[in-house]
Design a protein around this ligand. Structure first.
Ligand code: AMP
Length: 511
C-alpha cells in the first residue's frame, strides 16, 4: 500500500480537521492538505515529467511545504530523498548524484552552483505552490506494492560516504503501526511538533499522525527553540515531539529558568543517542511522566525497541536504574537477538552485536550490494551496536561497534572528517574520535600529525574544514602529535587515543 493513502483516508474521514500549522496559525485542514499534495503531485508529473520510481530530493528546513512535497512525491509513486538541511551543498550534491534524483527542492533562493549538481537534476524552490490541478486526474495515489521504495534515507557511512537506506512503503507503515502500540496512542486533537529535522526521526513520525488525523505543527523558527516550544504547547495543547537527549537537556534548563512544568506537552519521545540517568532524572522532575524512549536506526527506523512512559516514570521500581539505562523492550514489529562474532545467538546478559528482523527493516542500501550483504545476513539486520538483553527482555546498549560520534543527536562519522583534514597539504596523518561532552553528548576531537612542526594551528584547520563540510561536524579540539599509535598491522589504535584524552600526560608527545 502506498503511504499516501493515509493522507487521502484522513481527508475523506475528517475533511475539516485542522492539519497543518505554522506556529500557532493553522494553514490547512486535512481536505486542503490532501488537495495541495495532489496539486503538487500533478505539477511534478506534468511540468517535470516525474514518474513512479523517480527520485526527488528535499534539502529543506522544516516546513509545511516539506510535508506537502513528501506526499506529492508518494502520490505519483516517486521516491523521496530527504537530505539533512545542515549539510554543505557539496555533500548534499553528492547525495543527489548517488540517488540519481531528477529534482531537488530547496528553500528560497539558489543553494547550488549549477556545476555542482548532476546535469540531469534541477533545483526548484519548495514554496512555489502550483495552482489549477486538472479535475479527475490522480484522485487516488499511485498503486504501490508494500515492497516498493518510498524513502531513501541517507545515513553517513564509516567509509566516509553516505549510504542510502532503502525504506519501502511497507517498512514505513510497519514502523508507524509500532508507535501507538509501544510508544504512545495517538488521539484526535494531538499535535506533533517538528522540533528536530524532518529529514530524520521527527519526519518519520508524520505518518501515524496523518493516519489518526492529528495536527502537524512546524515552529516559526523552523527548528528547535525550547521557549518557543513551550509557548506552542501551552497554546495548542496535547503536543508530542521527538527530541534527541541533548534537546531534552536544553528543554529542562529552559523550563527551570522560566518555571514551566510541561503543561500542554503530552509526550516527549527521546532517542538517537544515550540519555544519561542524571539528565533523565532531571527531566522527570521537571516534566513529570511525559517521557518515552525509542531506539532505532535508519536501517530499522524508530522501531527496534521502546521504553514506556510508565517504566521511565516508576522511579520507586527496585530495578529502575537498570531499566532507565536500557532502551526498553523490542518493538511490536521486530525480533531482537544478540549475536557473537560468529553470528550465533548469545544468552541473556551477554553483550554482543544487536541484530533485528521484522517488517520495518530496510530492503538494503541503494546501489551498494556489498554493504547490503554485510549488513543484512540471513534476513537479520546487523546494527553495528553492541548491547545485551536481560532475562526480562530489556535491551541495553553498551557501546557502538562503529566509531560514530553522536553530537547533539547528529551522527558524525570520523572517516569523513578525516578525509577533509587529510586533504590539507600540511596534514600528514589524522585520526578523529569522540570525547564525552556534558552539553552535546559527544564532541569531535582530531589528532593531527603535521608534516613539519609548527606548520599548522587550530584556526587554519578550522577554516579549512568549514569551507568544505557542515560546521556541526567540525572538530572542537585539535591535538597535534608527532605520531599516532598503531598496531602491528598499521591500524591506528583509537582506544589508545581515547585514553590519551583522559590522561594527556601519557607517553606520546603532543601539544
Ligand atoms: P541513525 O541511523 O542516524 O538514526 O543513528 C542510529 C544510531 O543511534 C543507533 O545505531 C545507535 O547507535 C544510536 N541510538 C539510537 N537510539 C538510541 C538510544 N535510544 N540510546 C542510545 N543510542 C541510540
Amino acid at each position: 500500500m502506498n503511504v499516501a493513502h493515509w493522507l487521502l483516508d484522513a481527508a475523506q474521514r475528517w475533511p475539516q480537521r485542522p492539519a497543518l500549522f505554522e506556529g500557532r496559525r493553522q494553514v490547512a485542514d486535512y481536505q486542503s492538505f490532501a488537495a495541495r499534495a495532489r496539486a503538487r503531485a500533478l505539477h511534478l508529473r506534468h511540468d517535470h515529467s516525474i514518474a513512479a520510481g523517480d527520485r526527488v530530493a528535499l534539502l529543506l528546513k522544516n516546513s509545511c511545504d516539506y510535508l506537502e512535497l513528501l506526499y506529492a512525491i508518494w502520490w505519483i509513486g516517486a521516491v523521496a530523498v530527504p537530505v539533512n538541511s545542515k549539510l554543505h551543498p557539496r555533500e548534499a550534491a553528492w547525495i543527489v548524484g548517488n540517488a540519481g534524483a531528477r529534482l531537488i527542492f530547496t528553500d528560497g533562493g539558489r543553494t547550488f552552483e549549477r556545476q555542482d549538481l548532476p546535469a540531469d537534476c534541477r533545483e526548484l524552490p519548495a514554496e512555489v505552490m502550483p495552482v489549477g490541478a486538472p479535475d479527475g486526474e490522480l484522485l487516488e495515489p499511485w498503486p504501490c506494492a508494500d515492497g516498493e521504495l518510498a524513502w531513501l534515507f541517507y545515513t553517513s557511512g564509516t567509509t566516509g560516504r553516505s549510504k542510502g537506506v532503502m525504506l519501502s512503503h511497507g517498512n514505513l507503515t510497519a514502523m508507524s503501526l509500532c508507535y501507538p502500540l509501544d510508544v504512545d496512542p495517538v488521539q484526535a486533537g494531538d499535535a506533533l511538533v517538528y522540533a528536530a529535522p524532518m529529514s530524520h526521526g521527527a519526519g518519520l513520525y508524520n505518518f501515524i499522525h496523518v493516519r489518526c488525523g492529528a495536527r502537524h505543527v512546524v515552529p516559526e523558527s523552523r527548528g528547535f527553540d525550547a521557549a518557543e516550544l513551550f509557548g506552542l504547547a501551552q497554546a495548542l495543547g496535547q503536543v508530542s515531539l521527538f527530541a534527541a537527549p541533548t534537546m531534552v537537556k536544553r528543554m529542562v534548563e529552559q523550563a527551570r529558568r522560566q518555571g514551566y512544568d510541561g503543561t500542554g506537552i503530552k509526550t516527549i519521545v527521546y532517542g538517537g543517542a544515550p540519555m544519561y540517568l542524571a539528565d533523565l532524572t532531571q527531566a522527570l522532575e521537571t516534566f513529570g511522566p511525559r517521557l518515552v524512549q525509542i531506539y532505532g536506526q535508519g536501517e530499522c527506523p524508530m522501531s527496534i525497541s521502546a521504553l514506556s512512559r510508565e517504566l521511565i516514570a516508576h522511579r520507586q521500581h527496585p530495578h529502575w536504574p537498570a531499566i532507565a539505562a536500557s532502551v526498553g523492550r523490542p518493538h511490536a514489529g521486530v525480533e531482537v537477538r544478540i549475536l557473537d562474532a560468529q553470528g550465533q545467538p548469545l544468552p541473556a546478559g551477554e553483550p554482543g552485536e544487536i541484530a533485528v528482523r521484522g517488517a520495518p527493516v530496510m530492503h538494503g542500501y541503494w546501489d551498494n550490494p556489498s554493504a547490503t550483504q554485510a549488513t543484512l545476513v540471513d534476513g537479520w539486520l546487523h546494527t553495528g551496536d553492541i548491547g545485551f538483553l536481560d532475562s526480562r527482555g530489556f535491551l541495553t546498549l553498551t557501546d557502538r561497534s562503529k566509531d560514530v560520534i553522536i553530537s547533539a543527536g547528529s551522527n558524525i562519522y570520523p572517516r569523513e572528517v578525516e578525509e577533509v583534514l587529510m586533504q590539507h597539504p600540511e596534514v600528514f596523518e589524522v585520526c578523529v574520535v569522540g570525547e564525552a561532552d556534558a552539553e552535546w553528548g559527544e564532541s569531535v576531537v582530531a589528532f593531527v600529525v603535521p608534516r613539519s612542526p609548527d606548520s599548522l594551528d587550530p584556526q587554519v584547520l578550522n577554516q579549512w574544514f568549514v569551507t568544505r563540510m557542515a560546521s556541526f561536524k567540525k572538530p572542537r579540539k585539535y591535538l597535534f602529535c608527532t605520531e599516532l599509535p598503531k598496531n602491528s598491522y598499521g591500524k591506528i589504535l583509537k582506544t589508545r587515543l581515547r585514553q590519551w584524552l583522559q590522561d594527556p600526560t601519557g607517553s606520546v608527545a603532543y601539544r
